[in-house]
Design a protein around this ligand. Structure first.
Ligand SMILES: Nc1ncnc2c1ncn2[C@@H]1O[C@H](COP(=O)(O)OP(=O)(O)O)[C@@H](O)[C@H]1O
Ligand SMILES: [Mg+2]
Length: 236
């Protein structure tokens, strides 16, 4: 079964205080696509990612991963196939060394020690942070923390990489390095951000959220050059 296909159909989600965060959102993301999820603050990007991960469940509509509907029952099986990099890397790093942090997921998957070692080494190399392996995560810079968090997710070899604001809070150099790394991944990717230049560089397709609704879905370059659309969605 390929878990690369993710479909949202008629999704609606309101928080318990009545805030309607997601309104009738639908899309289909196929294998190997690199998709940017753009929207102003409060547009619903993070809520949509939490719905995709089965952390929240919609009041209406549904999410289908490889044609299996995401429910509280199926979420445990589906979640390992979706690797989530949270907006705040500090929330993701909690072990004593970078190595142990990146190894946490693979160890939890009950892989052999050799396989864990192989995956961690590969992920650290890919992100260019092999030299940080014995450092405590809390002593790293923002960009290094982000790289360690991404390495930890990649070491689990998810089918789809889901990221919330991967470049927020990074200095220009760390942002550029993160962008280079994101461009290298052949993974299916869904990247929520209001960093328009990053989405332009990394994603061939964009979904634009505007007050919880999907305002546009299409080729990145085309949508981002549409000034009327970008202005209407608070992205200019
Ligand atoms: N826990 C929550 N309770 C109530 N409303 C929330 C909660 N989290 C987010 N919201 C609201 O839902 C809407 C979408 O928020 P969010 O998904 O965080 O947007 P984004 O990630 O695009 O900035 C906003 O109006 C926000 O205030
Ligand atoms: Mg957000």
């Amino acid at each position: 079964m390929s878990h690369h296909k993710i479909e949202a159909k008629g999704l609606c989600y309101a928080y318990s205080d009545g805030t309607e965060a997601i309104r009738e959102v639908g899309f289909l993301i196929g294998h190997g696509e690199s998709v940017g999820l753009l929207g102003a603050n409060g547009a619903g990007k993070s809520t949509l990612l939490l719905l995709l991960l089965g952390v929240l469940f919609p009041q209406e509509g549904g999410i289908y991963v490889a044609d299996v509907k995401l429910t509280p029952k199926t979420a445990a099986d589906i979640r390992p196939h979706l690797g989530m990099v949270f907006q705040n890397a500090d929330e993701q790093l909690f072990m004593n060394t970078v190595y142990d942090d990146v190894a946490f997921g693979p160890r939890n998957m009950k892989l052999s020690p050799d396989e864990v070692e192989r995956r961690v080494t590969e992920a650290l190399d890919l992100l260019g942070i092999a030299r940080l392996r014995d450092r405590p995560p809390y002593r790293l810079s923002g960009g290094e923390k982000r790289a360690a968090a991404i390495a930890g997710v990649l070491a689990m070899q998810p089918d789809v990489l889901v990221m919330d604001e991967p470049t927020s809070g990074l200095d220009p150099r760390a942002r550029r390095k993160t962008m280079e790394q994101l461009k290298q991944f052949a993974h299916t990717k869904l990247i929520a951000s209001h960093d328009i230049a990053m989405v332009r560089a990394v994603c061939s397709r964009a979904l634009i959220l505007c007050e919880g609704r999907l305002a546009a879905d299409g080729p990145t370059a085309e949508l981002l050059d549409d000034e009327e659309l970008m202005g209407r969605c608070g992205l200019l």
